[in-house]
Design a protein around this ligand. Structure first.
Ligand SMILES: Cc1ncc(COP(=O)(O)O)c(C=O)c1O
Length: 411
């Protein structure tokens, strides 16, 4: 056996010629923070991780038990079908009907994906090419922008924090850009800003889509995490939506099944066919035992979705109350898993990346800098309410401690 020192990688003179589509991608702005988080963990230092919308709660025991049962059936270990088993697609159709009054044909208007992120990126690959333009939200969940770039398309990023203004800007762009945008991406409840809309937003979006001939992709990953009696509307419940667009939903957040990699794309059948074609070449579908457990989740776990949303609402209040006590200006989110917080004086000049590094370095609290979501995110931090209330109180204490000490020093 060779020793590690013999591994000949470091002096390889051959430079790997990666593709332009990889070179075109901008630097990963969360890299510095992730590296420090990792170093702290390796050194055994506790990090309160509010950096990513990655649920820490387990899925309902019924879902886990069904997975465990399904594992025992040898049939479930074979390749599955790429677009998802029929019973699963039928369950999604039932859920859309029950919850939103939207009628979908499970045969050609619904497809299962390896998480909604996979569905979104391959949908872009199926619809876009060189010379095509997509309007994406700004600030942006990074993949909304990068998927368009990976598909060789151009990006126009429009601020979504005022949804009415966003619609006006979409119309203005369509009037003045030639060729007009091919796709408009929307994501409400929005990551990272937690902006929400009502159904009339989608009514106007569908009207514009028909007028200017663009397709709509609605990312509805936070559909079920709503607070204070607010219910997030589905794009697909809008009359005419099926003519122009699709919607992505996810089991990652509603059912705390993020690692299972399962989500759905539903809507216009030609767009679904484009995605199905790409997926037919690229993957063999989701592990069948997971699909079976997902059916059980959708059939039997409405109550756990409600209690999960109530739990997040409690955490939201703990974090917002705490930050407000520290003098931060907070808009309490009505939905989603994030508090989008304006960086207070005197820290705003520092920039969101350095301030987030400081909170991690001095306070052991990991958050996402707004700049990581594009230029419009500068001046903000995104805090994911994925840790429990006790840990969130601890996070507030640590943030208070490490920002107060510095204020005292600077006086
Ligand atoms: C807006 C948005 N869409 C999609 C995803 C990814 O969801 P999934 O786990 O279904 O791929 C996330 C995850 O953070 C998200 O914030």
């Amino acid at each position: 056996m060779r020793s590690e020192s013999e591994v000949p990688f470091s002096d390889n003179p051959f430079k790997i010629p990666v593709a332009d589509r990889v070179r075109r991608l901008p630097p990963y702005l969360f890299g510095k923070i992730n590296k420090l988080k990792y170093q702290k963990r390796v050194a055994g230092i506790d990090v309160i991780d509010l950096g990513m919308g990655n649920p820490t709660d387990p899925p309902d025991p019924i879902i886990q038990e069904k997975l465990s049962d399904a594992l025992k059936d040898p049939k479930n270990h074979r390749y599955s079908v790429s677009n998802g088993i029929g019973n699963l697609r039928r369950e999604v159709a039932k859920r859309y009907w029950k919850r939103y009054g939207a009628r979908l044909n499970p045969d050609d208007e619904i497809i299962a994906c390896l998480g909604s992120k996979e569905g979104f990126s391959h949908m872009c690959l199926g619809l876009m090419g060189p010379g095509d333009t997509a309007i994406v939200p700004s600030p942006t969940f990074p993949i909304h922008m990068y998927s368009v770039m990976l598909a060789a398309g151009n990006v126009i990023a429009l601020d979504v924090r005022d949804p009415e203004l966003f619609l006006k800007n979409v119309a203005y762009t369509c009037e003045h850009l030639y060729p007009t945008p091919k796709i408009v991406v929307v994501n409400f409840p929005h990551n990272p800003s937690s902006t929400v809309v009502e159904q009339d937003f989608f009514v106007e979006l569908v009207r514009l889509a028909k007028k200017y001939h663009f397709m709509v992709i609605s990312d509805f990953a936070y559909a079920d995490i709503c607070y204070d009696g607010y219910t997030a509307p589905s794009f697909l419940a809008t009359p005419g939506a099926l003519d122009v667009g699709v919607e992505l939903t996810s089991m990652s957040k509603s059912y705390s099944m993020a690692g299972w990699r399962i989500g759905f794309c539903a809507g216009n059948h030609e767009m679904i066919r484009a995605l199905a074609t790409i997926k037919g070449y690229y993957d063999y579908g989701i592990f069948q035992a997971i699909q079976i457990a997902a059916i059980v989740a959708m059939r039997h776990c409405d109550a756990s979705i409600e209690s999960l949303a109530a739990e997040y609402q409690g955490r939201r209040d703990v974090l917002c109350d705490g930050l407000e006590r520290l003098g931060w200006e907070i808009e309490r989110p009505k939905a989603g898993m994030f508090v989008w917080a304006k960086i207070p004086e005197p820290w705003s000049e520092m920039g969101s990346i350095d301030f987030a590094m400081k909170l991690l370095e001095d306070g052991g609290v990991a958050v996402s800098p707004g700049r990581g979501f594009g230029e419009d995110g500068e001046g903000y931090l995104r805090l994911a309410i994925v840790e429990n209330s006790q840990r969130l109180r601890q996070a507030v204490r640590e943030i208070g401690r490490c920002t107060k000490v510095e204020t005292a020093k600077s006086v």
